[in-house]
Design a protein around this ligand. Structure first.
Ligand SMILES: NC(=O)C1=CN([C@@H]2O[C@H](COP(=O)(O)OP(=O)(O)OC[C@H]3O[C@@H](n4cnc5c(N)ncnc54)[C@H](OP(=O)(O)O)[C@@H]3O)[C@@H](O)[C@H]2O)C=CC1
Ligand SMILES: O=C(O)[C@@H]1CCC=N1
Length: 266
């Protein structure tokens, strides 16, 4: 696949890493106005770094846009004269809706929106996808790309903002939970490195139990909570302090923020 990432910042860099390590590319163009931060990709076979978005577009079939929302309009205006019927546009840009993209590139263009997260760098992204009508014909290509880099789910565009909070911001939320677990483990006597090891692999195990067994979390909790034991005591104490409630309220606050982004900010 001939892929271009237009805007290789935090997310674009993570996507590039995932694509390169899974050998998912025939060629990969990475663009950015200042290339200094992505110099590490310079030596890779079939990977080209350029400040010229139009060159990347001309030389690629799949265009992944990972610029900030405020930059997408200008970038699309810049590359639109170079689009042909071979191109599939995949935008990861938060809140920049399909009708707005179509208004620039035309409704006949294959337009897909993807909401991945930074775990794409290690092939473990949860990525939500939606498309315009034309893009339905190419959604399988996007799914194939992102399935190699984790797990995908097709959703209506109306759920993309919620997916941003749950999946993209979700990485930050889970990092805090893992950090808090690490802090507790240190207080309980492990050194910092061991404490993080225990926290990381325990959270990985918990997620994998659900992924592999398809159970509800409470079924797995029931297997751990000995009556009158230490687990239920700890869990109940966490809930008295508002664990579930604070997570839910935090995610709803993020969703309210993202839903209120004004056109002017895009
Ligand atoms: N970070 C995340 O976890 C996620 C982010 N997103 C979305 O992805 C998008 C990118 O986010 P993120 O990576 O965090 O943002 P960054 O600011 O880290 O990356 C954007 C990059 O775009 C480059 N850029 C700006 N203007 C241009 C241009 N005209 N041509 C080419 N490149 C340009 C910038 O580099 P330079 O200034 O050198 O040009 C910058 O590195 C956002 O819309 C965000 O909402 C979605 C899911 C997850
Ligand atoms: O924090 C943000 O607003 C963006 C959207 C998802 C990840 N980063």
């Amino acid at each position: 696949m001939k892929i271009a990432i237009i805007g290789t910042g935090n997310l674009g860099y993570s996507i590039a890493k995932g694509l390169i390590t899974t050998n998912a590319i025939t060629s990969l163009y990475l663009t950015k106005r200042n290339l200094d931060d992505i110099k590490e990709f310079e030596g890779y076979k079939n990977v080209m770094l350029t400040t010229d978005n139009t060159l990347a577009v001309r030389e690629s079939d799949i265009l992944i846009f990972a610029v900030q929302p405020a930059h997408l309009q200008a970038v699309l205006n810049e590359i639109v004269p170079f689009l042909t019927e071979k191109h599939v546009l995949i935008s990861t840009v938060t809140g920049f809706v399909i009708p707005k993209i179509e208004a620039i590139v035309g409704s006949d263009t294959f337009v897909i929106r993807a909401m991945p997260n930074t775990a794409i760098a290690v092939g473990k992204s949860m990525t939500c996808l939606c498309s315009n009508e034309a893009g339905q014909k190419r959604i399988k290509i996007a799914k194939a790309i992102f399935d190699r880099l984790g797990h995908t789910l097709s959703i209506p565009e109306s759920q993309m903002q919620a997916a941003t909070v749950v999946c993209a911001s979700g990485i930050a939320f889970w990092m805090r939970l893992i950090r808090a677990t690490t802090q507790a483990a240190i207080q309980l006597g492990f050194d910092a490195k061991e404490a993080q090891e225990l926290a990381m692999y325990t959270s990985e195990g918990a997620a994998n139990l659900l992924i592999t067994n398809g159970d509800h979390p409470e079924q797995e909790i029931d297997r751990v909570t000995t009556p009158k034991g230490c687990t239920i005591l700890g869990l109940n104490e966490m809930e008295h302090k508002g664990l579930s409630s604070s997570l839910i309220q935090g995610m709803v606050a993020s969703f309210n923020k993202i839903s209120n982004i004004k056109e002017a900010e895009l």
